[in-house]
Design a protein around this ligand. Structure first.
Ligand SMILES: Cc1cc2nc3c(=O)[nH]c(=O)nc-3n(C[C@H](O)[C@H](O)[C@H](O)COP(=O)(O)O)c2cc1C
Length: 153
């Protein structure tokens, strides 16, 4: 079994809805070879990063940066996993108010330090979370899980 970690933060519910859609896509019935772990950033640990074959990170943008909860997760795990997670594939989703670029650049910069490998363009949803955007979230989860299952990352 391949292992996919979805780790997210949400204060107001939008990123939770996005994470749920990502999880639904990654848990599609056709994907029998992937185990998915779905965790809030506050609950995730270094062990989850070591366990995972791939990771999907989801965060709002707060004050032009990733959420404090996601930063806390990275602060707590970096030295514990350094050197043991090189080249693990990852992708990002961001639910923001009107921008998202600050969350994206701050998160991407730190994930470079983990030496993770980005395998999909980030999905940024500003404003209202439409049904179409939820479908994109599902596709992100499904694509990542399918790629892991097929061993292409
Ligand atoms: C304290 C705070 C700061 C925020 N700063 C930004 C920001 O800098 N840029 C932006 O696009 N949205 C900003 N927002 C809006 C949130 O990113 C947006 O409402 C997002 O959808 C919240 O996601 P959530 O419902 O999952 O918590 C901010 C919201 C809060 C509460």
């Amino acid at each position: 079994m391949k292992k996919l970690l979805i780790v997210y933060h949400s204060q107001g519910g939008k990123n939770l809805e996005m994470a749920n859609a990502v999880f639904a896509g990654a848990s599609h019935d056709d994907l029998k070879g992937v185990e998915v772990r779905f965790l809030r950033a506050f609950d995730a640990t270094d062990q989850d990063l070591l366990w995972a074959d791939g990771i999907i990170f989801g965060t709002p943008e707060n004050f032009g940066y990733m959420s404090g909860a996601m930063k806390d997760f990275l602060d707590r795990t970096f030295y514990a996993v350094e050197g043991a997670v090189d080249a693990k594939p990852y992708c990002i989703f961001i639910g923001a108010g009107n921008d998202g670029q600050g969350a994206l650049s701050s998160l991407t910069r730190i994930l470079k330090g983990y030496k993770f490998k980005e395998i999909h363009e980030p999905l940024i949803v500003v404003g209202e979370l439409t049904e179409e955007a939820k479908v994109s979230c599902e596709a992100l989860g499904m694509g990542m899980a399918a790629g892991l299952e097929a061993g292409i990352y």
